[in-house]
Design a protein around this ligand. Structure first.
Ligand SMILES: Cc1cc2nc3c(=O)[nH]c(=O)nc-3n(C[C@H](O)[C@H](O)[C@H](O)COP(=O)(O)OP(=O)(O)OC[C@H]3O[C@@H](n4cnc5c(N)ncnc54)[C@H](O)[C@@H]3O)c2cc1C
Ligand code: FES
Length: 278
């Protein structure tokens, strides 16, 4: 049945814009008509995404990059790649956008008991992982040991660079960075993100979260399997072309799943069983 309500965005206002790299900006947004029924805060879990509309340009799916514990705002990190994202980058503080969602599933589903968590991100794949990392950092008893591996093209392409460096300094998480080509900052490796796996011998009790370009995820999965991580403990966020975000249009169809509603988070085991090659 056609449900018009599904497609009506809520209006949000841009409160802050931070340039993260030459092609990526972080937008902090707040809902215009605040009220319990309109607030998204505390209503999503890391890994979920929203459909963001730039009026007159179009709508795109974007991961929520802030933590559910960040009260009163949402953060969206947006890379300028094409038509809608370029229009997004032209917006200023005070401009209004539309937001539908949150949509999709989330990273932490039935993984109680794990103590070691590893995040492997490439490029703008760090956005949904950042939401999860921030969420886990706020509960060290439940999530005691966090390791972040992140790779970017060059040192100027490192997303959330200040935060990653502060995290490394703080010793609350182990942070390992790589850049595909130098020069690199001290402590940052030169090479693809998988070079960062060299230092590990056995990760059999680790829960690993991945998000990034397909090639990066393909090789990261091979490294994790070699390090004895169970296929069901390799959790990936997939990017697929989407339109509706709510399981109606079929644009994101993958085998017999819709990435927008059954995903975007899948375990490697689930994907293998579906016959999806990563
Ligand atoms: C669940 C999900 C979460 C996402 N989270 C983020 C995020 O946090 N930050 C972010 O910057 N981007 C994110 N994306 C990707 C983002 O939706 C696309 O970059 C955006 O739709 C591009 O729109 P455009 O009009 O600017 O580009 P277009 O003009 O439509 O296309 C420009 C180029 O980008 C490619 N492209 C467009 N959409 C996608 C896509 N979904 N996957 C792969 N390639 C694509 C096109 O093939 C083309 O080469 C996410 C996508 C999904 C599905
Ligand atoms: S985007 Fe329409 S069905 Fe998934």
């Amino acid at each position: 049945m056609y449900n018009r309500e599904l497609y009506i965005p809520r209006i949000a206002k841009i409160k802050e814009i931070k340039t993260l790299t030459r092609d990526t900006k972080l937008f902090r947004v707040v809902f215009k008509n605040k009220g319990p029924e309109l607030s998204l805060e505390h209503e999503f879990l890391p890994g979920q995404f929203v459909q963001v509309s730039v009026f007159g340009a179009g709508e795109v799916p974007i991961s929520i990059a802030s933590s559910p514990q960040d009260e009163g705002f949402l953060e969206l990190s947006i890379r300028r790649v094409g038509y809608v994202s370029s229009h997004f980058h032209k917006l200023n503080v005070g401009n209004e956008i539309g937001i539908r969602g949150p949509y999709g599933n989330y990273f932490l589903k039935g993984h109680n008991g794990a103590k070691d968590f590893l995040f492997a991100g490439g490029g703008c794949g760090l956005a949904p992982l950042r939401s999860l990392i921030k969420y886990m950092l706020s509960d060290p008893r439940r999530f005691p040991r966090l390791t972040v591996l992140y790779g970017a093209r060059t040192k100027d392409d490192i997303l959330f660079r200040d935060e990653l460096y502060a995290l490394r300094e703080s010793d609350t998480a182990e942070v390992n960075l790589s850049v595909d080509c130098g020069p690199a900052d001290p402590g940052c490796e030169i090479g693809v993100v998988t070079t960062l796996f060299k230092k590990f011998k056995d990760l059999r009790d680790t829960l690993a979260f991945l998000c990034g370009p397909s090639l990066m995820m393909h090789f990261a999965i091979q490294e994790l399997l070699n390090l004895r991580v169970k296929p069901e403990h390799i959790i990936l966020s997939l990017e697929r072309y989407m339109k509706c975000g709510v399981g109606k249009c079929g644009h994101c169809y993958l085998k017999d799943k819709y990435v927008c509603t059954d995903g975007p988070v899948f375990s490697y085991k689930d994907l293998k069983e579906l016959g999806v090659e990563i």
